[in-house]
Design a protein around this ligand. Structure first.
Ligand code: SF4
Length: 411
């Protein structure tokens, strides 16, 4: 059968879609795009914002127009099944905990047709280590869509990474809904640091990148591990706001002092680390002074890029029941102000890389015939090389920045 897999949202969703794709390939099915008149469409949805719900509905309608059998899975289907069924009663819903077995839902012929070789069309594969969350941030529905934190077994993770290393990949991205909760549900509570140490000891050369990590879950062991050559010098730390009153209304488990002191230790230990963050603008009751507290905190700190999310009510959250919602035009204005800061920070950080030598993983051929890759400190780099090998690492000397990316030459 021809199967199209469409994914919205986070790296965990992308990792799960990669896994589903492998299952389909192993059963001898073909992976196609929506335009290639698929027999089956699998849509792995996201519900982190109102906008992502809207994008999911759009893709579902496009999939239905192809005449394919449509299966919808992921967080939006977990939270808003009725809303999806109103689009068409023909849609089949597959719950998040059924994703790994979706092949049996779609194809009742259980015989595996092809080899079990790893075939992931991604230069830096995502490795899911856990899913779910035990926290209850007041604006978030993900903990309801994904349930409590469930960790994968250490051996399973290490054997998957060894398979990827043998298959020639140079970098993996450890991902999950809340990776800092890794091991909380395993006896002896081996934490994320312990898992990373185990991976380093049981693999040879593969580089490890961490996806989003909460500031309060960076412990002393993890600080030390960040100095390891095989751990990528890049962290994405979602702080959401830098105003104590808003942080407490968000039910975030830290305040400004803790944030500041943890970041200081991080900078002292790993001077060249690239830090990025997520910020929600327009959280209920956020006034100009609270917004400027966040703005000036970001301006003063060496956070080099900002993902900005205009606040939107999520079904059934505490924040959605709060009064004093921030008007859309004010949210828009704050979004634009932070976007400008984000652009200047990205430019400044790229500029600071000129003259540096970095490891770059080859990702794809660019239109201009150059190769585009991702540097160890998470920057897009363009360069020329004799041969394009997806997923392989080359050493690049950064010469300049142009059009929002770095340009360099291999050596
Ligand atoms: S930590 Fe908070 S924002 Fe993140 S998934 Fe858990 S509840 Fe949602």
């Amino acid at each position: 059968m021809k199967i199209a897999v469409l994914t919205l949202g986070c790296k965990t969703n992308l990792a799960e879609s990669d896994y589903m794709k492998q299952l389909f390939l192993k059963r001898g099915h073909d992976l196609v795009k929506l335009k290639d008149s698929p027999d089956i469409c699998v849509i792995n949805t996201c519900t982190v914002t109102k906008k992502s719900d809207y994008q999911c509905r759009q893709i579902i309608r496009r999939a239905l127009k192809t005449g394919a059998r449509v299966y919808v899975t992921g967080c939006y289907s977990q939270i808003s099944e009725e809303e999806i069924k109103r689009i068409s009663p023909e849609i089949r819903i597959v719950r998040n905990d059924e994703k790994d077995y979706i092949i049996n839902v779609i194809d009742d012929n259980t015989e595996s047709k092809t080899s079990s070789k790893v075939r992931i069309d991604r230069a830096r594969p995502f490795v899911k280590i856990q899913e779910g969350c035990n926290f209850r941030c007041s604006y978030c529905v993900i903990h309801r869509a994904r349930g409590r934190s469930v960790s994968r077994q250490r051996d399973e993770i290490i054997s998957e990474i060894n398979l990827l290393e043998e298959a020639g990949y140079d970098e993996v991205v450890l991902t999950g809904t809340h990776i800092g909760l890794y091991g909380y549900d395993i006896s002896g509570r081996p934490g994320l640091s312990e898992l990373i140490e185990d991976i380093l000891q049981n693999t040879k050369r593969i580089r490890i990148r961490l996806s989003s990590l909460e500031i309060h879950e960076i412990d002393d062991r993890l600080y030390q591990l960040l100095s390891e050559k095989r751990i990528r010098p890049h962290l994405h730390i979602p702080i959401q706001s830098a105003d104590d009153r808003i942080l407490s209304l968000m039910k975030r488990p830290y305040n400004l002092n803790m944030l500041q002191s943890k970041l200081k230790v991080l900078y002292d230990i790993k001077r060249d680390i690239n830090l990025g963050t997520d910020i929600i603008v327009g959280f209920p009751t956020e006034g100009d002074s609270e917004f400027y507290n966040t703005y000036s905190f970001l301006k003063e700190n060496r956070i080099n890029y900002i993902h900005i999310f205009p606040y939107s009510d999520r079904p059934g959250t505490d924040a959605s029941k709060m009064s004093e919602k921030v008007p859309e035009p004010v949210k828009r204005q704050r979004y634009d102000i932070l976007k400008e800061l984000d652009q200047s920070k990205r430019r400044g950080y790229r500029e600071s890389q000129i003259g540096c030598a970095v490891e770059v993983v080859m990702e794809r051929m660019a239109e201009n015939g150059m190769i585009k890759g991702k540097s160890e400190n998470y920057l897009d780099v363009m360069f020329e090389a004799k041969e394009f090998q997806k997923g392989k690492t080359v050493k690049v000397k950064i010469l300049k920045q142009s059009g929002g990316v770095l340009v360099g030459s291999t050596y």
